[in-house]
Design a protein around this ligand. Sequence first.
Ligand code: FES
Length: 137
Amino acid sequence: MILVGRPEDIPLGEAVRVDASADSGVPIAVFNVDGELLAIDDTCTHQDASLADGWLEGCAVECPLHAACFDLRTGMPSGPPAKTPVRTHEVVVADGYVYVRVEAPVVDPVPVQAAAQAEAGFTAAGLTEAARIETAA
Ligand code: FES
């Protein structure tokens, strides 16, 4: 399990970011939704933005970069531009500390992110050829 901190380190309506570790492979964000702690992968599946820096709206977080919203219980995006869900993680509070249980670490997040970007019509160099043709039409 990954140590996050003490419950009081995560104020109501706020989030904390836990850096990537060998146990997670990627950064994790933990949100305090009306006293309930919910954890997801921190990086938006659309592009490289920290969801811990986003805006909490009920049980969803809005990405600070292009405003995709993710349900914190399911990880599902509510609409574009994100199409791929973020992973959700179990939060455990024990002996006065908050932990996140990550089922399987992401060994190499780059291919996952590249696939999500390609699906959205982007590559590291810009639009994919298919997206260029679609945009030009
Ligand atoms: S980076 Fe999150 S919606 Fe674009």
